[in-house]
Design a binder for this molecule. Structure first.
Ligand code: NAD
Length: 501
């Protein structure tokens, strides 16, 4: 297996450009640091934003289908390097290789979507009330788009934003998580390679990368040359970003914490539900924003489902995520492990029945924080369940009436994803109706995680309200102008107003 340094070199990264002091990069698998990187200071950050601003002024005039061609080339590069980049994602974020490769595939998918979109940035034509007048909407790029991303999707989240932002005619400045800078450097290099292939139409500085921690993110957020900040991470971070952006009337796309639930009804296909529960709750070691955290099981099927779930949990392969057959890799760091243990202790003192949750020692990875995923059975939803614990910890609560289960689904501050397992049409429709789940994602007979790029992605309430990726999310990266064109030789006023001079 290759090291992070070897993988970066295979992708054509010039490491000398990035090495220095300020940020340690490594792997949660070994718990060891591999490289020391130069963190950007505020002067360098301001310069990078300035370069992106200058690039925008050229790029906005390049025809959108031509802009799509750059994203096509970038997508081709991703196809060529999928295996290498996927391994790098696994090494730096700790997710199993299948998921590392899946994350790169998600980047490829959004590039394909954005390429098609580059010929479909449609506006409306609107009937005017005045003779000889035409009304229409035109969509224009915004400027420099700031992207702040979290450790758990270290490359896909940037691609969701950047592929759309760039075909829409913007430039992009990226501040990745300080826990996953190496994958960001790799992706930035692949994008630069696509720009070089594209030719001089792609201005220098079109995509910028800032290496650093939360203070670097804050510097990006505070810069008045950045009209849109798309920030993915904790609700704590989103609250700070939202306030700073509101102060200067900048736009935001906020993709924050989730606390996702599933309801298993009496008519559910339990075999399917079981697979969906396990994938959603332990995939990426419970470190997805859409991870299943709360399971509401109808009391009539509780005994048919929960013991089977416990059996599967007892046999889950927790190991090095690069090894075939592993389903659960490490937590990102010791702090994540400590948080999980503290929450389990609180649950124990609230009379919960707890299965799993202990640290697992993996040979050759003794410094990594591997855990046996935990099941926490409670008689009713408690205040503890209102917070997102970013670890493989699944609460299970029985319910009697569907209305009560939907109320519990909606009772938490977050509103990202939700799902129901049922073969009863009435229950399914009730769950996705206006009085059903209040989340941005409401699924039937699939789990809450693993979204496709074609739909708009995001959640309500403390999840931030942003939408990224498919559907019409591209409109978030553009400004709308309403144009009224008078091609007559008179000047009638709207609403029939008479104003003779
Ligand atoms: P985090 O909030 O600690 O960090 C995320 C990013 O924000 C990092 O790049 C960090 O440097 C930056 N940051 C932190 N404070 C900032 C500030 N004041 N100003 C500007 N930037 C700042 O989150 P994390 O631990 O990396 O990721 C886990 C969290 O992200 C979870 O809550 C998870 O649910 C959430 N998440 C949400 C989505 C979604 O789409 N809704 C997707 C992935 C992760």
């Amino acid at each position: 297996m290759q090291t992070q340094e070897q993988l970066l070199e295979a992708l054509g990264v010039d490491l000398q450009r990035y090495c220095g002091e300020g940020l340690q990069a490594g792997s949660p698998i070994t718990g060891m640091y591999a490289l020391s990187l130069r963190a950007d200071n505020v002067t360098v950050i301001a310069e990078k934003i300035g370069m992106a601003d200058a690039a925008f002024r050229h790029w906005r005039n390049v025809p959108a289908p031509r802009r799509g061609e750059l994203i096509r080339l970038f997508g081709e590069g991703l196809r060529t390097h999928k295996q290498t980049l996927g391994e790098l994602v696994t090494l730096e974020a700790g997710k199993i290789l299948q998921e590392g490769l899946g994350e790169v595939q998600e980047m490829i998918d959004i590039c394909d979507f954005a390429l098609g979109l580059s010929r479909q940035l449609y506006g409306l034509t609107i009937a005017s009330e005045r003779p000889g007048h035409r009304m229409m909407e035109t969509w224009h790029p915004l400027g420099v788009v700031g992207v702040i991303s979290a450790f758990n999707f270290p490359v896909a989240v940037w691609a969701w934003n950047a592929a759309l932002a760039i075909v829409c005619g913007n430039s992009v400045v990226w501040k990745p998580s300080e826990k996953t800078p190496l994958t960001a450097i790799a992706v930035h290099t692949l994008f630069e390679q696509a720009c070089a292939q594209f030719g001089s139409d792609a201005p220098a500085g079109l995509a910028q990368l800032i290496i650093g921690g939360s203070a670097s993110g804050a510097a990006l957020v505070d810069d008045r040359r950045v009209p849109l900040i798309s920030a993915t991470g904790s609700t704590r971070m989103g609250r700070a970003v939202a306030q700073a952006c509101a102060h200067r009337f900048a736009r935001t796309i906020l993709e924050l914490g989730g606390n996702n639930a599933m309801i298993v009804t009496p008519s559910a296909d339990l075999d399917m539900a079981l697979r969906a529960i396990v994938f959603s709750a332990v995939g990426t070691a419970g470190q997805r924003c859409t991870s299943l955290r709360r399971l509401f099981v109808h009391e009539s099927v509780y005994e048919a489902l929960v013991p089977r779930l416990k059996h599967v949990y007892a046999t889950l392969p927790v190991a090095n995520p690069l090894e075939p057959g592993t389903l659960v890799g490490p937590l990102i760091d010791g702090a994540a492990y400590e948080t999980m243990q503290a929450v389990l202790q609180q649950a124990a003192s609230a009379d919960a029945m707890i299965t799993g949750g202990a640290r697992v020692t993996v040979a050759g990875c003794e410094q990594g924080y591997f855990v046996q995923p935990a099941l926490v059975e409670l008689a009713a939803q408690t205040q503890l369940m209102h917070q997102e614990t970013f670890a493989p910890l699944l609460y299970i609560v029985p319910y009697e009436k569907l209305a009560d289960a939907i109320a519990m689904n909606n009772a938490v501050p977050q509103g990202l994803s939700s799902s129901i397992f049922t073969t009863d049409l009435r229950e399914a429709e009730a769950f996705i109706a206006a009085s059903g789940s209040d989340c941005g994602i409401a699924n039937v007979n699939i789990g809450p995680s693993g979204a496709e790029i074609g739909g708009a992605f995001g959640g309500e309430k403390e999840t931030g309200g942003g939408r990224e990726s498919g559907s019409d999310a591209w409109k978030g990266y553009m400004r709308r102008a309403t144009n009224t064109v008078n091609y007559s030789d008179a000047l009638p006023l709207a609403q029939g107003i008479s104003f003779e001079v």
